[in-house]
Design a protein around this ligand. Structure first.
Ligand code: ADP
Length: 299
């Protein structure tokens, strides 16, 4: 099921084309990576979804309907610009965010405390916001967005500036959201995070959709025909392998002959007596794909 569709969205600011006929779908229950270099049009797309600005043309559909204002109660948004009302206490700010999404006071309070616990910040509930460190403030802001348990939420660089322990904590919360069928759009420049966390990606450059698909499928699409093999003893020559490079003792990178399916190579090697304990098609790193797609578009 599709929870969100962008349908032929275009947006110009004066002479600048921020979005140029962008269409793609976000399936329900996924962690979806929204990628692109600075100025690509990601924020413009998100702001249109959140009804902060209007598209010149095209349509946004959420929850199977043309996007209406009252859908916003079911959406969450962590903008790139951080900032909370500094003179208020953490619990008051969090309860305010909850009330914006229709929670009553008691429910908002209960959830705020629960979320502070989840983010390992139970002690800060009564603190004024300006006493929080930058990282703590960021976690409070993330918690403020997630506490209403939005069906669809957009997080713009949620882990930037956090230490590795807190990065892991936030990632685990997103995985937990996914296990409950919630959908998260993650705008990020951290390509490792995309590989480990995201089910699917859309890569935008200069207002255009350049790459879309499941992460593994996209990585396969941009990969060279290579496999990594770890074996005991020598690797017998087989016609499906064009060349083999031993990177360290017992570990090879094999370039496959044109059109040879990796499964056939494995079968051929094993039938000629190879003892293999790892066989893995080499997937292109997301970072290489990003650089290639964005770099080619600069030419
Ligand atoms: P991203 O979020 O991917 O960095 P943006 O959506 O912010 O990209 O920007 C896309 C393009 O639109 C950029 O060229 C940017 O300079 C331009 N742009 C964004 N907002 C405005 C605005 N309010 N006025 C004029 N130009 C804008």
């Amino acid at each position: 099921m599709i929870i969100l569709s962008f349908d032929h969205l275009s947006k110009r600011y004066g002479q600048t084309t921020a979005l140029d006929d962008v269409s793609f779908d976000v399936p329900n229950g996924e962690i979806f990576g929204l990628l692109g270099p600075n100025g690509a049009g990601k924020s413009t797309l998100i702001r249109i979804l959140m009804d902060i600005i209007r598209a010149d043309s095209g349509e946004v559909r959420v929850f199977g309907e043309s996007r209406r204002r009252d859908h916003l109660d079911r959406l969450g948004y962590l903008p790139e610009e951080r900032g909370l009302y500094t003179k208020q206490t953490v619990i008051d700010v969090m309860m305010y965010f909850g009330s914006l999404k229709g929670l009553d006071r008691a429910d908002a309070r209960r959830r705020a405390l629960e979320w502070l616990e989840k983010l390992e910040l139970p002690q800060v509930a009564t603190w004024k916001i300006d006493r929080l460190s930058k990282g703590m403030g960021q976690k409070v802001q993330i918690a403020s967005v997630l506490l209403s348990d939005p069906e669809l939420c957009v997080l713009d660089e949620p882990t930037t500036g956090l230490d590795p322990v807190n990065v892991r904590l936030v990632q685990d919360l997103l995985i937990e959201r996914r296990s409950h069928g919630r959908t998260t759009i993650l705008s990020t420049h951290h390509m490792n995070q995309v590989e480990t966390l995201c089910d699917r990606v859309a890569l935008i450059n200069k207002g255009r959709l350049m790459v879309y698909g499941e992460v593994d499928e996209v990585r396969r699409r941009y990969s060279l025909p290579e496999v990594f093999v770890r074996a005991h003893g020598p690797l017998p020559p087989v016609p499906q392998v064009a060349s083999a490079t031993e990177s360290e003792a017992g570990t090879w990178r094999l370039r496959l002959a044109d059109g040879a399916p990796p499964a056939d190579v494995l079968t051929a090697l094993v039938s000629r007596g190879a003892v293999i304990d790892r066989f893995e098609p080499a997937l292109a790193p997301m970072e290489d794909i990003f650089l290639r797609v964005v770099g080619e578009a600069h030419v």
